[in-house]
Design a protein around this ligand. Structure first.
Ligand code: SF4
Length: 330
């Protein structure tokens, strides 16, 4: 067992290094592949609509993440993933189910001190990890808050839960800080990523970021309670009419990373916000089965599946205007 002081020292050094390297990028912002070149230190905002401070919608114990993150049983028996939902987003998919946060930016500004306090409260309530949802554009406040939280006793694993549109330069600086990478890999097709996310370079950027994440955390380490301690879990949401691209995503992971990474195959797509006409429907059972079968044929060892599309509970689309967005009693 690593001595806490030694462990803490190493964490703080890694954070200081990352802050030294990344803080200058904020004044001419290139913190993500959008490269907006706005001065966020002076209140200017780019695609993510975010200045220097993080805006948070809610921090809660989440019982609906993959079982290795949330624990089993819902909610009794699970301690939950200590999930912090940031508002604003650097990708902004037209169909985003969290559009209240990503597009409408509904949340409260939090100081670094308040963000640290939120992490500590979640740990105190029994969270198995701290799960940062949409961390890409708020990586600097997260790092600053982590310095405070670690000094005050934060000790549970950190989950970097991003849309995958991360810059390689930033991910490189997260070595020694992030325990579990939980990125999406949404598309291979630049046509789809342009149409749905205005990001024709999505795959080109995401593949570099995911390769770096895999270098840092190649093995999914699961403890005796079946809870992830470190590793890489890639999420893929199957979209209506895009099963061929979903299969290309799986094949790329198998060929370029490993079938030993976690793969979370999501069937929960529901048309939200500005979803174009051709994706104004749920996915079909056949679409999901085709993609699932390819994942099985490729031999993914840690495959997380969702219920059949037609069996889904309505809580999979959260409403962040409610006190309990997922309708769990936290
Ligand atoms: S983090 Fe925000 S402002 Fe900076 S490049 Fe990305 S979208 Fe633009």
């Amino acid at each position: 067992m690593m001595d806490r002081e030694f462990w803490l020292q190493r964490k703080l050094e890694a954070i200081d290094r990352a802050l030294d390297r990344l803080s200058p990028l904020e004044a001419d912002c290139t913190l993500c592949p959008r490269h907006c070149h706005v001065d966020r230190t002076r209140g200017e905002t780019g695609v993510c609509q975010t200045g220097s401070q993080a805006r948070v919608s809610v921090g809660l114990l989440h019982f609906g993440e993959e079982p290795v993150l949330s624990g089993r049983g819902r909610p009794a028996g699970a301690r939950g993933s200590g999930t912090i939902f940031f508002t604003g987003c650097n990708l902004k998919c037209l169909f985003c189910q969290n559009f209240q946060l990503s597009w409408l930016n509904e949340g409260e500004l939090r100081t670094d001190e308040q963000l640290a306090e939120l992490m500590l409260q979640l740990q105190q309530r029994g969270a198995l990890n701290i799960n940062f949802v949409s961390p890409t554009h708020v990586i600097l406040p997260i790092l600053r808050a982590l310095k405070i939280a670690y000094r005050r006793g934060l000790s549970i694993p950190l989950v970097y839960n991003s849309n995958g549109y991360d810059s390689l330069e930033v991910v490189e600086q997260l070595r020694g800080i992030v325990d579990i990478y939980l990125p999406d890999l949404k598309y291979v097709s630049s046509e789809l990523s342009r149409r749905y996310s205005s990001a024709p370079d999505y795959f080109e950027q995401a593949r570099l970021a995911l390769q770096e994440m895999y270098c840092q955390q190649p093995d999914l380490v699961i403890d005796e309670r079946e809870i992830a301690r470190q590793g890489l879990i890639i999420r893929h949401l199957v979209l209506p009419g895009s099963a061929d691209d979903s299969i290309r995503v799986l094949e790329w992971i198998a060929e370029n990373l490993s079938t030993g990474v976690g793969l979370s195959l999501m069937s929960q797509y529901h048309p939200c916000y500005k979803a174009p006409a051709e994706i104004q429907r749920e996915i079909t059972r056949e679409e999901y089965h085709r993609v699932m079968q390819r994942a099985l044929d490729l031999g993914f060892e840690h495959l997380f599946l969702q219920p059949e599309p037609f069996q889904q509970d309505e809580h999979l689309v959260p409403d962040f205007r409610r006190k309990d967005p997922f309708r769990w009693k936290n």
